[in-house]
Each structure stands twice: as C-alpha cells, then as structure tokens.
Design a protein around this ligand. Structure first.
Ligand SMILES: *[C@@H]1O[C@H](CO)[C@@H](O)[C@H](O)[C@H]1NC(C)=O
Ligand SMILES: *[C@@H]1O[C@H](CO)[C@@H](O)[C@H](O)[C@H]1NC(C)=O
Ligand SMILES: *[C@@H]1O[C@H](CO)[C@@H](O)[C@H](O)[C@H]1NC(C)=O
Length: 249
C-alpha cells in the first residue's frame, strides 16, 4: 500500500501571556529570567522527530542566540535564537501526546511565549492528498481515546463491545468494526473544565498561515530526487492519536 506522508502545521496563538517563573531557589531561575528579559515574547516551535529538527537546522533559518543558545529543563533542550529576526525558542517534544503535553507546558510556564507553531511529518492521509503536500489544520482532535462499540450501534448507545460474545468467528460483517471517539477534557484559566472533541486553532494565526496558499513548494531534495506530483498547501481538519493506521485506504 502507498504510504502517504504530509506535513502538518498547527498554529496556536495566545493573546495574553504571563509567565510563571521557576522557583526562586531553582538553579536556573536567574538564567531563565535573563532569557525572558533579553528577548521575547518568543514564538515556541515544537517538533517530535529528529528529522523535523534537521529540516529546521539544515534550512539555516534558525540563528542560535550568541549569549545562551540552549537550556536543559526536565531533560528537554530548549533552543533559543531567531528565525528571520523573530525571537524563537524551539524544542523537541519527543513522541506521544503525553511527552508533547509536558514539553509544551514547560515551554509556556517558564518562558515568555506568545504562540506555538508545530510542524512535522504526518501519516494516514486520504487520497485527496499527495506526498509532500502541506496541510494546515483549522481544527485538531485527539482520536486516540475511544469506546469500542457493538456493530451498528449509535453514538452513546450501550452496550459496549463484549469480546466474549464473539468467540466463534463466522463469515459475514465485521462485528468489531465500530468505535466511538470520546471527547477530551480541556482546562483553561478562569473557566470550568470543558469536554471538547475539536480544538480550534487560533483564528488570527490560522488566517496568517493562509498566506502560504500560493507559496511555491520545493519539489526536489536534489537534482535527481524529486516528487512526481506538484504539491500544495491545503486547509483541513487534522487528527492526532497515539495509535493509527499508517496506510492509504
Ligand atoms: C500523484 O497524483 C495522482 C493523481 O492525483 C495520484 O494517483 C498519485 O498517487 C500521486 N502520487 C504520489 C506519489 O503522491
Ligand atoms: C539525492 O537524495 C536522495 C535522498 O536523500 C539520495 O538517496 C541521493 O543519493 C541523492 N543524490 C545525489 C546526487 O546527491
Ligand atoms: C479526504 O480529505 C478531504 C480533504 O480534507 C476531505 O474533503 C474528504 O472528505 C476526505 N475523505 C474521506 C473519505 O475522509
């Protein structure tokens, strides 16, 4: 099966950002204070895989800060510098949503961040996408949490699937083929916990990203290694999950 890989760019912005500094007796307290005073507010750039960091580094766009180019916190390396004159802190989150969440929370709590850009490779795309396309989601959802339902059951229906009822497989419909995605609990300052499925991307930043629409994307890695199809930027809904099928359907 054809494996399709696309790029996903998620942008999130925050209107008001107040940093919670490290504890006053933390060995890096003064260093962090200097980083927040000298530069910023920063744009946080997060990625999960080494190849994604390599893409940034080999582009030559990221210029590390001459004073303090990086800082280690909880095992993550926060890289401080500029991209085209804009103050940026980039960090590798590592894989899985838990690692992503923890790293982003440290980034927000410790540094003066005005928004976060996430980019990277993506799998499990459908036929409307080509290898090398850049997709910019308007909404994202986490689809790794679900209830496995009985075949043909409706949303919210009980009972959930009982494995014991399918001990003797027979030819016919796939009776295991029904799942219901569950919503996530969203916590924000000054608001009660909210159950959400779709998380909207910050509209101002999303509309900024739409300026990429006519950007001509590079088709070749080198003289001989090129994509067969022309690629483009697309605006779609996007999903993230800790489990997924990485093939075309
Ligand atoms: C190129 O586009 C065609 C037609 O849309 C599609 O069938 C094919 O899978 C694409 N190839 C790649 C490598 O994405
Ligand atoms: C072009 O890039 C491909 C993929 O990275 C690599 O396998 C190939 O050796 C490169 N060719 C040249 C001429 O550099
Ligand atoms: C494939 O993606 C396109 C673009 O996002 C969407 O319009 C279409 O509904 C998707 N197809 C399926 C089968 O999900």
């Amino acid at each position: 099966m054809l494996k399709i890989v696309i790029l996903v760019v998620v942008v999130m912005g925050f209107d008001v950002k107040k940093t919670i500094q490290l504890k006053s007796n933390h060995p890096l307290h003064d260093v962090v204070e200097r980083i927040n005073e000298k530069g910023g507010p920063y744009i946080g750039v997060v990625m999960a895989y080494p190849t994604e960091e390599l893409a940034l580094l080999s582009s030559g766009f990221f210029l590390p800060s001459s004073g303090l180019p990086s800082l280690q916190l909880s095992g993550r390396t926060f890289n401080i510098g500029k991209i085209k004159g804009v103050d940026v802190i980039y960090v590798m989150t590592g894989e899985q949503t838990l690692n992503a969440g923890i790293t982003v929370q440290i980034l927000l709590d410790v540094f003066d961040i005005k928004g976060i850009v996430h980019y990277g490779i993506a799998g499990s795309a459908n036929d409307s996408l080509s290898l090398g396309d850049v997709s910019i989601p308007k909404y994202v959802a986490f689809t790794g949490s679900w209830n496995w339902k009985e075949f043909h059951s409706e949303k919210g229906d009980l009972p959930e699937l009982k494995f014991g009822a399918y001990n003797f497989p027979e030819k016919g419909d796939n009776l295991l083929a029904k799942i219901e995605f569950t919503s996530q609990q969203l916590y924000s300052n000054g608001q009660p916990m909210e159950e959400v499925f779709w998380l909207p991307i910050e509209p101002k930043w999303f509309s900024l990203a739409s300026q990429l629409q006519d950007m001509k994307l590079v088709q070749c890695v080198n003289e001989t290694y090129c994509l067969r199809n022309t690629t483009s930027c697309l605006w779609i809904e996007s999903f993230s999950s800790d489990i997924f099928l990485d093939n075309a359907y």
